[in-house]
Design a protein around this ligand. Structure first.
Ligand SMILES: [Zn+2]
Length: 315
């Protein structure tokens, strides 16, 4: 058991907790920090949103705090969200491998799910946390693609100067990267705030709430199997799927409907991928396995009004 480990803050990402451990432990060498925590070297980027070597959590945090490895994964990584489009069995195998630090794990498009090449922050969160805790931290939600503004304050998220290349090799605490905030007054912070356009806010907010819900309840979707079964029923009602042949029908119509539901401007800022099958009239339902977690969120939101309602309706 470590003699000290920082208690994670709300929505703090795994990587950020490790950064704060380094600061507060007084160990200045990253190699030494990794040796103490993990017994070996690893790329800190693999701890940003994924529970890499989380099997160590019980050795770091006393269970009396109520924090277990399971709650840590749910509250401080995006694992349950990132794996919503994987088959249930594959997710189980993946988690087993990731949590003990097997190198041969693979989360489909992990890097593509990270919003920016830089760690991002909300200026008001940074200011408030400096006042409340005396330090800042990196939020999990702020780093995920699909999150454009802070769900708490409505301020557009800002790229810090800490790029992912640095994150790959170093533990860079938000308190160091955002150290300007120690000297900032509320008036200074106001200058950093770019509000999100009101007309995009409602749908954008719904998407972000879905992502948050899925980080905690992603398993309730039932993996790729649950998604396909839910899509089949919901799309068939709209004449966009043929349940007998397991096919998506009239794909251009589906795309048009989603564009008018979310608005082209919002879809553009969320940057979904362009797939070959989107040009086709119909395709086997199985092609949805290629969609990213964010694209599944858009589908569930369009079909049922939220990921939670989708999970309930497909049960
Ligand atoms: Zn904020």
């Amino acid at each position: 058991m470590l003699s000290f480990f920082p208690v994670p803050y709300p929505d703090e990402c795994y990587y950020s907790v490790l950064c704060r451990y380094m600061v507060h432990s007084g160990i200045s060498s990253i190699k030494e920090v990794l040796r103490v925590l993990f017994g070996r070297e690893l790329s800190p980027l693999s701890t940003m949103l994924v529970p890499y070597m989380s099997s160590r959590v019980p050795e770091w945090i006393n269970q009396e705090t109520g924090i277990t490895e399971i709650t840590f994964i749910r509250d401080h990584t995006a694992f349950h969200y990132l794996t919503i489009g994987s088959k249930q069995h594959e997710t189980e195998v993946m988690l087993k491998r990731i949590r003990v630090g097997e190198r041969s794990y693979y989360i489909n498009g992990y890097r593509k799910n990270i919003a920016s090449a830089y760690l991002r922050y909300c200026p008001i969160c940074a200011y408030e946390e400096k006042m409340k805790y005396g330090e800042m931290y990196w939020h999990r939600q702020h780093q995920l693609k699909g999150n454009l503004y802070c769900i708490k304050h409505g301020a557009r998220l800002i790229d810090s100067e800490t790029d992912l290349k640095k994150v790959k090799k170093a533990l860079i605490p938000a308190s160091f990267a955002l150290r300007d905030y120690y000297g900032k007054t509320p008036r200074d912070v106001m200058k950093d705030i770019k509000p999100f356009p009101t007309e995009l806010r409602q749908k954008q907010s719904a998407v972000q709430k879905d992502i948050l819900w899925l980080m905690h309840h992603g398993e309730e979707i039932g993996g790729l199997e649950g998604l396909i079964s839910g899509y089949k029923s919901e799309l068939a009602i709209r004449g966009l799927a043929d349940k007998r042949y397991d096919r998506l029908e009239n794909i251009p119509k589906l795309i048009n409907k989603m564009q008018s539901y979310f608005g082209k401007a919002l879809l553009k800022s969320l940057c979904p991928e362009k797939y070959e099958f989107m040009k086709w009239e119909s395709a086997p339902m199985g092609v949805v396995k290629f969609l990213s977690p964010l694209e599944h969120v858009l589908m569930m939101e369009y079909l049922c009004g939220s990921a939670e309602k989708f999970a309930r309706s497909s049960r």
